[in-house]
Design a protein around this ligand. Structure first.
Ligand SMILES: Cc1cc2nc3c(=O)[nH]c(=O)nc-3n(C[C@H](O)[C@H](O)[C@H](O)COP(=O)(O)OP(=O)(O)OC[C@H]3O[C@@H](n4cnc5c(N)ncnc54)[C@H](O)[C@@H]3O)c2cc1C
Length: 408
């Protein structure tokens, strides 16, 4: 069969899926691409959903991965509003909602994840939101009216970005986090402490180590009442649950593919069925830097792994081992993280942690394993180079502002 007669199906028209489709064409694939997406939208990027789009400062269309004409030029058989419901790996057939069946030569799963729901009494009440897609952002954005009281459940990245946006829109904001510090799963205590100070300085009330028992309608039918784990109650108008993501790996699991909280793939993005690949938030892979299997929920990984999966599907050798990079924007401050800080690493601070610009390096022996900090893009560029090159450095060099990182 010639390449022109082949079909590559992509499930999930999000960031990874959009990049996969674009890459297939840019690598010269002339066959049929079927892009199945259960949302009504063309592939788009999600970071603005908690930032400029939620603030009403950017239009939803600005999030599109490709301009409409560029997307059309890809000549993709795009199926908006359609779900893939079953994979028959033996017959290489994909079953879709509505009854269609698509035969494929290669299948790329880019199904991302969905927001974890609260699962406490009252979590389905009007006024309780999660944030994963454009429709969620439109609904939450409309509810974030000046003067209202927002309760954010979960002090992770999405919760904190929504808190920041809501403050800018003139809401009163409380963040309740079950763990002992903000973003505990992803950053070291130094950065959690910085985030806490940052939010407090912008008037956000943060409760750490606190659960929510239930939500209920306010007595007069207005607003909501949250009951905290210690019995206190909190009146609010809007609730955002930002308590993490569940990988959409059901399709793969039901097809018998190896899954461990996501679809397990190798560094060529191949699942346990070599004709089925996966990329983006749904993919679990062995990160050599971290020395363990992981899923990365990041813009960078969705793009790079989407590209890698497409190339791999075309038989091009790839080795997806990115240096993890993540950023967050809060109160006009840009915080970036390169690499994977781990508990055994030694933290070295460069700059003043009481200010809004510093870097925390994480040393694994004499090498930088990770670096992060607010408003430090230039230093972090050099930090990234140190990580990638495996340069031997001393804590004294890193901490000394007189030693330019560019010289190390
Ligand atoms: C509000 C928000 C803010 C973020 N901010 C940042 C940030 O500042 N920095 C950063 O690095 N990252 C950020 N991220 C993370 C980043 O956006 C994600 O990592 C990225 O979108 C993952 O892309 P993906 O293609 O894997 O998944 P998605 O973009 O979620 O796309 C998956 C698509 O597949 C669809 N789908 C699922 N199952 C099926 C099915 N069976 N059939 C058809 N379609 C299906 C889904 O509906 C979805 O459209 C943010 C995410 C969110 C939600």
């Amino acid at each position: 069969m010639s390449a022109e007669e082949k079909t590559i199906a992509i499930v999930g028209a999000g960031q990874a899926g959009g990049w996969a489709a674009q890459t297939l064409r840019s690598e010269g694939f002339g066959g049929r691409i079927v892009l199945i997406g259960d949302e009504a939208h063309r592939p788009y990027e999600r970071p603005p959903l908690s930032k400029s789009v939620l603030a009403g400062e950017a239009l939803p269309e600005t999030t599109s991965l490709q301009k409409p004409e560029a997307f059309d030029a890809l000549n993709v058989d795009w199926r908006p509003g359609v779900s893939a419901t079953r994979i028959d790996g033996a017959a290489k057939r994909l079953h879709l909602s509505g009854g269609d069946v698509v035969g494929y030569d290669k299948l790329i799963l880019c199904t991302g994840g969905r927001a974890r729901r609260l699962g406490i009494p009252g979590s389905e009440l009007p006024g309780v939101f999660t944030l994963r897609n454009l429709d969620d952002a439109a609904a939450l954005g409309a509810a974030l009216m000046p003067g209202r009281r927002l309760l954010v459940i979960g002090g992770g990245w999405i919760g904190l970005e929504v808190a920041s946006t809501a403050r800018r829109k003139g809401l009163e904001v409380t963040v309740v986090e079950a763990m002992q510090r903000l973003c505990e799963r992803t950053v070291a205590p130094e950065i959690s402490g910085y985030l806490l100070r940052l939010h407090a300085s912008h008037g956000v009330h943060v409760e750490l180590g606190m659960g929510i028992e239930c939500l209920a309608q306010g007595a007069d039918g207005n607003g909501l009442i949250a009951t905290l784990a210690d019995g206190r109650t909190l009146a609010c108008d809007v609730v955002l649950a930002g308590i993490g993501l569940i990988a959409n790996d059901e399709l793969a699991r039901e097809a018998g593919l190896q899954c461990e909280g996501g679809i397990v793939v190798d560094s060529q993005c191949r699942s346990s069925d070599p004709d089925i690949l996966a990329a983006g938030d749904v993919a679990v892979w062995h990160c050599e830097r971290a020395g363990r299997r992981m899923r990365l929920e990041s813009w960078q990984n969705a793009q790079e792994q989407g590209i890698a999966a497409a190339r791999s599907a075309l038989g091009i050798a790839v080795d997806h081992q990115p240096l993890p990079w993540f950023w967050s924007d809060q109160y006009g401050i840009n915080l970036q993280i390169f690499g994977m800080p781990a508990p055994g690493h030694r933290a070295v601070v460069r700059g003043d942690m009481e200010s809004d610009s510093f870097v925390v390096f994480f040393l694994d022996g004499g090498k930088v394993a990770a670096a992060l900090g607010p408003n430090a893009a230039r230093d972090l560029r050099f930090a990234r180079r140190l990580i990638e090159r495996g340069t031997e450095v001393t804590p004294e060099q890193l901490a000394d502002l007189q030693v330019p990182l560019s010289r190390l």
